[in-house]
Ligand binder design. Structure first.
Ligand code: IPM
Ligand code: MG
Length: 367
C-alpha cells in the first residue's frame, strides 16, 4: 500500500475540501500550516478548493460533484474539513452530505483509516479521564473504511412493512488487506520502541462476519507476522478497556463501524475530539481529515480547535508528500504551543481557531 508519491521537482497538488460547519474554519488554519511547510521544504504547491457535503449539495445539487471527485483523484493528497449539518437531515440518503464523503472514500480506494490517539503531556490534567489512567497511552486505531455495514448490500427501508435493514459484510480479501496495514504499522512502531502488538476488535461471539474477520487476521499473523503479538477482543470489552486501561493498546484493527465508534471514545483520552487526526490510505491519493464532525453548534464562531486538522496535515506531509521532516516540525510546533498554555475553547481556553493557526505557524518559524 502506498500513496502516489510526487516526483522531486513536481509541484505538489493538493485538493482542499472545507465542507460544512466548522470545516471551512479548521481547514483555513491547516492550509496556512501546509503552505508554510511546503515553502520551507523548497517545493511549490497548487491548492484547489472544491465543495463537498452539504456545501456541494447547495452549490451543485450533489454532495460529491464530478469536478470534486476527478480533481481529488488527480491530486497527490486531499485535505478535508467536515461534512454534515441539521439543515440536510431531511434529504434523501443519496443527497446527504455524509454520502459525499463515503463516495469520495470509495472513489479514492482508501481502505485503511489510521487514527492515532495522542496524549499531549500538557493536556493530561485537562482530559476528563484521570491522569493515572492515561499513563503510557500511545495507540493507533486502523479502521477498515470501505466495507462492513456502511456499504453492505442489501440495505433499505420498507416503509409499507415498517422495516429497515443493513448488511454487515466482509470478504476475506478486505479483512486481509487492512490487517496487513495494522501488522506493518505495529512492526514499524516496534522498531521505534513500540509494543509491536495488534489488538483485533470484533464481535465474534455473536456475528459470523466477525468470526471470518478473526480467522483471517489469525492466519495472516501466523504466516507473515509471527514477530508481532496478536490479541483478539470483543468490541464491548475493548470499549471498556479503552477507558480503564488504554496503555495496553498499541495498534488496534477493526471494522468500519466499530472503528467509527471506538475512535470517538478514544478521543476522550486525549482531552478533546478536536485534537485527533486521521489518514485514509489506499493505492492512490491519501485523504486527510480530523476525526471530528461539522460541530454545527459552534460553526461560524471561529472557536473550533484546528489542531486535529493541522495534525492531519502533518500526516499528509509524512505519508503522501514525502516530507517526513516537515511532518515532525508540525508535530513539534503543536506541542510547543500547547505547552505554552494556549488552548481553544474545547480545552477551556479562549484562543480562536485563526489565532491557534497563527501560533502554530509562528512556532514553526521559531524552530
Ligand atoms: C468519521 C465520521 C464519518 C463516518 C461520517 C461523517 C460519515 O463520523 O469520519 O468518523 O462515520 O465515517
Ligand atoms: Mg465518526
Amino acid at each position: 500500500m502506498s500513496s502516489q508519491s510526487p516526483n522531486p521537482n513536481e509541484s505538489l497538488r493538493i485538493v482542499s475540501l472545507p465542507g460544512d460547519g466548522v470545516g471551512p474554519e479548521v481547514t483555513r488554519a491547516a492550509v496556512q500550516v501546509l503552505e508554510a511547510c511546503v515553502k520551507a521544504a523548497g517545493k511549490s504547491l497548487e491548492i484547489i478548493e472544491l465543495p463537498i457535503g452539504g456545501a456541494a449539495y447547495d452549490s451543485d445539487g450533489d454532495p460529491l460533484p464530478e469536478r470534486t471527485e476527478s480533481a481529488c483523484k488527480q491530486a497527490h493528497a486531499v485535505l478535508l474539513g467536515a461534512v454534515g449539518g441539521p439543515q440536510y437531515d431531511s434529504l434523501t440518503p443519496d443527497k446527504r452530505p455524509e454520502k459525499g464523503l463515503l463516495r469520495l472514500r470509495k472513489a479514492l480506494g482508501v481502505f485503511a483509516n489510521l487514527r492515532p490517539v495522542k496524549i499531549y503531556p500538557s493536556l493530561v490534567d485537562r482530559a476528563p479521564i484521570k491522569a493515572e489512567y492515561l499513563r503510557g497511552t500511545d495507540m493507533v486505531v486502523v479502521r477498515e473504511l470501505l466495507g462492513g455495514i456502511y456499504f453492505g448490500e442489501p440495505r433499505g427501508w420498507d416503509r409499507e412493512v415498517g422495516k429497515a435493514f443493513n448488511t454487515m459484510i466482509y470478504s476475506e480479501a478486505e479483512v486481509r488487506r487492512v490487517a496487513r496495514v495494522a501488522f506493518e504499522l505495529a512492526r514499524a512502531r516496534g522498531e521505534a520502541g513500540g509494543k509491536k502488538h495488534v489488538t483485533s476488535v470484533d464481535k465474534a461471539n455473536v456475528l459470523e462476519v466477525s468470526r471470518l474477520w478473526r480467522e483471517v487476521v489469525t492466519e495472516l499473523q501466523k504466516s507473515d507476522y509471527p514477530d508481532v503479538a496478536l490479541a483478539h477482543q470483543y468490541v464491548d470489552s475493548a470499549a471498556m478497556d479503552l477507558i480503564k486501561n488504554p496503555g495496553r493498546f498499541d495498534v488496534v484493527v477493526t471494522g468500519n463501524m466499530f472503528g467509527d465508534i471506538l475512535t470517538d471514545e478514544a478521543a476522550v483520552l486525549s482531552g478533546s475530539i478536536g485534537l485527533l487526526s486521521s489518514a485514509s490510505l489506499g493505492d492512490g491519493p491519501g485523504l486527510y481529515e480530523p476525526i471530528h464532525g461539522s460541530a454545527p453548534d459552534i460553526a461560524g464562531k471561529g472557536i473550533a480547535n484546528p489542531i486535529g486538522t493541522i495534525a492531519s496535515v502533518a500526516a499528509m506531509l509524512q505519508s503522501s508528500l514525502g516530507l517526513a521532516d516537515q511532518s515532525k516540525r508540525v508535530e513539534a510546533a503543536i506541542d510547543s504551543v500547547l505547552q505554552a498554555g494556549h488552548f481553544t475553547a474545547d480545552l477551556g481556553g479562549d484562543i480562536t481557531t485563526q489565532k491557534m493557526g497563527d501560533l502554530i505557524c509562528q512556532a514553526l518559524e521559531a524552530q
